[in-house]
Design a protein around this ligand. Structure first.
Ligand SMILES: Nc1ncnc2c1ncn2[C@@H]1O[C@H](COP(=O)(O)OP(=O)(O)O)[C@@H](O)[C@H]1O
Ligand SMILES: O=C(O)C1=C[C@@H](OP(=O)(O)O)[C@@H](O)[C@H](O)C1
Ligand SMILES: [Mg+2]
Length: 288
């Protein structure tokens, strides 16, 4: 296992990753209706449904299947990445697939403080970052499997990066071209007046994303449906055999990661889990 290279490479069979906490009971599927906070701040049901025209409750059959299939950690699985990479939209889908809640840090912020664009205008970015880091720390402290999508700049906080060393972290990466094609720029204060700032901001933050990530998926090279399947599969490996060496092996086939031209970068954390305050994860980077 490489100990120095970072995320952003092809996902393949990840290596086992030691988990520091004592083995926790694996969380089973959550089959009851689950409150979800979307980016708009609205609560809706996610366990199934997620607000995109699907059922509000998983069927009993699906629930049984999930109970057998899920091996989820008893903690938040965190999505990071640049603005408009798809953290919110893909995070919702993955949560729905897994039958677990979805939480979005921007939505938590909006619930308490109103629209981010307005907050930036009134109080500035620094104050936004301060509150964002608090909101994230509070959420990460809660137990229970769920997908937690962070705002793109959340990794700027050292405190947040340190906390992420205790969580499975998925990095979603894309390109400026794809973002300018699909994203709603007007809701993102840092892009509103200068959409091309996206690339400059990414250049500054890329090392931070890579330092916290366990696996990377490119969202500009696959459909949301394809990615939802792939990321869901990866998440399912994260609760297995803490320290048993089986945690990543099942993904191994990496089959889905290499299909359809959608490249999932892969890396696995190892070292970071040995130290609670480490902000850097040790990864294996299978070749591309
Ligand atoms: N393969 C994909 N995965 C995720 N999002 C995608 C994909 N293709 C296009 N999109 C679009 O990109 C945008 C990403 O927005 P969002 O999920 O809010 O990103 P983020 O939360 O990372 O800022 C959405 O409009 C989404 O529909
Ligand atoms: O990258 C950033 O600095 C930001 C990203 C946004 O979230 P998304 O990444 O979900 O767009 C939101 O937190 C805010 O506009 C600032
Ligand atoms: Mg988002």
């Amino acid at each position: 296992m490489s100990t120095s290279r970072r995320a952003g490479r092809e996902a393949g069979p990840p290596a086992a990753r030691p988990v520091p906490a004592p083995p926790k009971p694996e969380s089973g599927p959550i089959t009851q209706a689950i409150p979800v906070v979307g980016p708009s701040g609205n609560r809706h049901e996610a366990g199934a449904g997620g607000g995109e025209g699907e059922r509000s409750q998983p069927s009993r059959k699906r629930g049984r299947r999930r109970r057998r299939g899920n091996r989820l950690p008893d903690r938040a699985i965190v999505f990071v990445g640049p603005m408009a990479a798809g953290k919110t939209s893909l995070g919702k889908r993955v949560a729905r697939e897994l039958g677990i809640p979805f939480v979005d840090s921007d939505a938590l912020f909006v619930q308490a403080h109103g629209p981010i664009v307005d907050f930036f205008a009134a109080h500035g970015e620094e104050e936004f970052r301060r509150i964002e880091a608090e909101v994230i720390a509070e959420e990460l402290a809660k137990p229970g499997a769920r997908i937690f999508a962070l705002g793109g700049g959340a990794v700027l906080s050292e405190r947040t990066r340190a906390l992420l060393s205790e969580h499975p972290v998925v990095l979603l990466m894309t390109t400026q071209e794809a973002v300018l094609r699909t994203a709603n720029i007007s809701r993102r204060p840092l892009l509103r007046d200068d959409p091309e700032a996206w690339g400059r901001i990414l250049a500054e933050r890329k090392p931070l994303y890579e330092a916290v990530a366990d696996v990377t998926y490119r969202t500009d090279r696959a459909t949301k449906d394809q990615l939802a399947v792939r990321v869901t599969q990866w998440v399912r490996t994260q609760g297995r055999g803490a320290g048993s060496g089986t945690s990543g092996g099942r993904q191994g086939g990496g089959r889905s990661n290499r299909q359809g031209g959608a490249r999932a970068g892969g890396a696995r954390a190892g070292g970071a889990r040995q130290g609670r305050t480490s902000t850097r994860k040790t990864k294996e980077n299978p070749s591309e």
